[in-house]
Design a protein around this ligand. Sequence first.
Ligand SMILES: Cc1ncc(COP(=O)(O)O)c(C=O)c1O
Length: 405
Amino acid sequence: MKNFYIVTINSLISGDKQKVKKQTKLINAGRNPEANFGIVNPPVYHASTVLFPSVAALDKATANPYEGVYYGLNGTPTTFALQEALAELEGYTQAIAVPSGLAAIVGALLAFLDHGDHLLMVDSVYGPTRRFCDGMLKSFGVETTYYDPTIGAAINKLMRSKTKVIFTESPGSLTFEVQDVPAIVKEAHAGGAKVILDNTWGGGVFFSASKSGVDISVQAATKYISGHSDVMLGTIAMNDVDNIKIRSSIRDLGYGAAPDDCYLALRGLRTINARLPVHERSALKLANWLSKRTEVERVLHPALSSCSGHEIWKRDFTGSSGLFSFVLKSEFNKTQVSAMIDHMQLFKIGYSWGGFESLIVPYDAHPPRSAQPWKLGQLIRIHAGLEAVEDMINDLEAGFIRLNA
Ligand SMILES: Cc1ncc(COP(=O)(O)O)c(C=O)c1O
């Protein structure tokens, strides 16, 4: 017996796809309750071996390893359901799920870089991406040049005939410079290079990589897509033109996203448009409150004019997420900073971000920077979770009392 509601949403989606808003598409993409006893969410399929009815069927699947169910490593229907929704989120025709955000970055870079090639990498990049460039990529004979995140169209001065990729991360997840991605895309394409963007901060909601001409958008789905601090997953979104190259790179690396994690990420994705505005509102309140504190030198939040690239953020983004930093005045020493952070009640100390809970981490942004020295002092990075913002402010207020003690 057909369920009336399911028939209604499916015809809404298929009948008038262009008119349906992205938010609505995200609720329905990758779902097929009619094929699944009317159950709302797709089931979790675990697989290594996939059986074929004949040698001819085996040969056909072997010749087309990126289409359909072939071997567990290449994904199960659970993976494909998530990938369909991810492509919708990012506005590309294709998406791949991989076991971590870093795996997505490595897999996308290796798809386009060969021995002797040159990579332009933003200086504000996520630390482990930098480590991969300075370690493995270097030993494989790929040269990396770090560029100032505010460079914009002047990136063309750093491009060489062997520059195959320009990697962007906007904003940087520690120092929050917003990059002029459309200007970089224009120069990159004029010089024959691909642009990869780490789009994790905006979650695919606040910045459209595809509309800005970015070739490949990667995200740590560990953050806002899954949203509950219990999943390790990365995503790569791209158009058909780059699809096989990237899928082949992922295959050679042996990356396969776990079906349970794909299920959880897909479940998280359904509520991303409900969660992000709450993170946004709270982070903005905290950022404005912090900018009035006498202990604070500067707040690095893209929606505040004190942040580098704020004007570009206004032009290119539709909102801001829950992650930002502030810089303490130089008079505070490490013991005072630890006293502030060690005894927070809501802001817990821990890496990663994008979950429902608030986090706080002290950082020193000096050592890794090589294109432009980092001139500001002690950074404290905050992730505003989904707690009441008044409670978060009370927690920070008590922290400042300990800092000053
Ligand atoms: C901006 C950014 N990109 C990528 C990653 C890597 O994600 P994962 O931890 O899933 O490897 C992180 C993780 O903190 C991140 O903050």
